[in-house]
Design a protein around this ligand. Sequence first.
Ligand code: CP
Ligand code: NVA
Length: 308
Amino acid sequence: MTALKHYLQFKDFTRDEYDYLFERIRWIKDKYKRYEPHHALFDRSLVMIFEKASTRTRLSFEAGMQQLGGSAIYLNTRDSQLGRGEPVEDAAQVISRMSDLVMIRTFEQDIIERFAANSRVPVINGLTNEYHPCQILADIYTYIEHRGPIQGRTVAWVGDSNNMCNTWLQAAELLDFKVHVSTPPGYEVEPERAGLHGTGHFEQFADPLEACKGAHLVTTDVWTSMGYEAENEARMKAFADWCVDAEMMAVAAPDVLFMHCLPAHRGEEVTAEVIDGPQSVVWDEAENRLHAQKALMEYLVLGRAEAN
Ligand code: CP
Ligand code: NVA
């Protein structure tokens, strides 16, 4: 039996744990591609709680759990008691007595922290207003798969300082790479909210083109994240110049990659030319959610594979 571990933000794991996980993701992916079953979580159940919409996260967790020999149960706010005011602490007590693992997509990070504090089983952050660690796990794995180690590389983040941006920044501190961030005025990174230690792994740029200079990876995300829809009109105006285009990609490193967690809005945060162009690895990135989360779930429930 391993000690209870949660994955609520990127910095919940050490660099050594990430080294293990990146290797394990590769192993799990290769085995799956060879059509060899790997039922490490046979008979176990994952409960997935969604308070916001999802395509990739739901699909990758549900398919991933089935491929590991277990089952996944979907709950949402609309048709469970969660939407009718049951305290999150009570929900955590009950749900964690009937499952082996819980994944939650919700609003404030505080909600998932309170759930985890009352859970008997590991809790995974499937996106909050503040963080999206499962996505960055898959993104960094995708970078490694295409280009090798990310340590010492530069990632350019163009756009909103949202959950994705915060998680890239945490990852940079932990795995020792740089993030160049360019946001419109008024949308800058809030280091405290991002949970940073101020280790000098990120730099802010007023001009997105400057941020992209020499970058090994250029990445962006929607201008308006889920939960911020009321700000959409103001954001459309403020972010108009923060669209990743061919000019930005041209000043980056010669072997630069483009990533986007998806869903994307072509013509807003990225041009069709870039996202559908040769430097884009967005489909690999999406697929790797599946393999990365299988390794993550296995690790949280069983610990390191060699110790099983
Ligand atoms: N990237 C991502 O998390 O996608 P979904 O919102 O479709 O889950
Ligand atoms: N920042 C986006 C990511 C969606 C996967 C959001 O929170 O809506």
